[in-house]
Design a protein around this ligand. Structure first.
Ligand code: 5AD
Length: 342
């Protein structure tokens, strides 16, 4: 098995059956994490890029069964920031030192191509990179955001298992999800995708397919985390995913896609107080603190225990820099594109 991991790290290629074998046993986890960390160091150096997330609306027309802000969760108190508030939070983040702002929201129809492009253009004046994470749109909308200055786009495929995808996403289509991802690539975005690890009825075989999909799609960014059952959702009583399995999927992703950007995600920290450090030591090179101000954060509950809801410390750029420096790494000072590499 160790030889298989070594070979994968050398060739950035692995057979699906070997992925499944690695995922099945915990015997070689430390070796896998260590190998992914070495690949990260070789290709990305010791820089950790810090991206500030603004959660600007939790209004969503979709009903993803795992998600706490799904349309049919009546207990989610809905909010939508004004353009001025979004711009203000972005300005504060840029002033603190953030080089990328991630604009994330539910699929909120209020934000049309018109008002989104205005927001994007205004934020670009701050000379920072913009990542959008606002769901499925049509090709023309994606084009408009790109022309307005958006640099990157995150849209997790969530699972590449079509039947599982269908059962989790009422009234959505796997084909449209793929169309979106292909559009984003073609339009010249840095395109990010990812999955939930440990969903009910998700097999290790299907997770292996997901990892191979990341490679085939040549994703510029991969964000993944454990599924965490959220109250008042159809999956509230299901078993959640494990942090270890999520870290293993992340480590394998680093080994296969050595130069991409991979965040230590908040869902990882929700399951372990050191989750993000563990991720940074197993292949991750990005961290994404929440920079949404005021009381909005506590209403953007995709899942329970989401970090930085109760602590303002995590909003702080300096705190994140210290966290990075505590493991002998340093914060990025560039926009941190994939091609920037080391
Ligand atoms: N547990 C973990 N991650 C979740 N997401 C949504 N709901 C949950 C949950 N219950 C993730 C999805 C989505 C991202 C923004 O948050 O993968 O793409």
């Amino acid at each position: 098995m160790k030889r298989n991991i070594d070979k994968a790290a050398e060739n950035h290629f692995i057979e699906k059956s070997d992925i499944v074998k690695i995922l099945e046993t915990n015997e070689f986890d430390e070796y896998l994490f260590h190998t992914a960390d070495a690949v990260r160091k070789e290709y990305k150096g010791d820089t950790v890029h810090i991206r500030g997330i603004i959660e600007f609306s939790n209004i969503c027309k979709q009903n993803c069964k795992y998600c706490g802000i799904r349309k049919d969760n009546p207990l989610t108190e809905r909010y939508r920031l004004s353009s001025d508030e979004i711009l203000l939070f972005a300005k504060h983040a840029a002033d603190k030192g953030f080089k990328t702002i991630v604009l994330q929201s539910g699929e909120d129809g209020f934000f049309s191509a018109g008002n989104m492009t205005e927001i994007i253009k205004n934020i670009k004046r701050l000379d920072i990179a913009i990542t959008l994470s606002i769901g499925e749109k049509n090709t023309e909308e994606y084009r408009a955001y790109k022309e307005a200055g958006a640099d990157r786009y995150l849209l997790r495929i969530e699972t590449t298992d079509k039947n599982l995808y269908k059962s989790l996403h009422p009234n959505m289509s796997f084909e449209n999800r793929l169309r979106c991802l292909n559009d984003l690539k073609e339009l010249g975005y840095e395109a990010g995708t990812g999955i939930l690890v440990g969903l009910p009825n998700q097999s290790l075989d299907s997770i292996a397919e997901d990892i191979l999909f990341f490679k085939k799609f040549d994703a510029d960014m991969i964000g993944l985390g454990p599924f965490i059952p959220a109250p008042n959702t159809p999956l509230a009583d299901e078993k959640g995913g494990s942090l270890t399995l999520a870290l293993k999927v992340m480590a394998l992703t680093r080994i296969l896609l050595p130069d991409i950007n991979i965040p230590a995600t908040t869902a990882m920290e929700a399951l372990h107080p050191n989750g993000r450090i563990m991720a940074l030591n197993s292949g991750a090179n990005v961290i994404m603190p929440n920079v949404t101000e005021g009381t909005y954060k506590e209403k953007y509950l995709l899942y329970p225990g989401k970090i930085s809801v109760n602590t303002s410390a995590n909003q702080n750029y300096e705190t994140t820099v210290k966290l990075i420096e505590s493991i002998g790494r340093h914060a990025g000072i560039t926009h941190g594109f994939r091609k920037d590499c080391k």
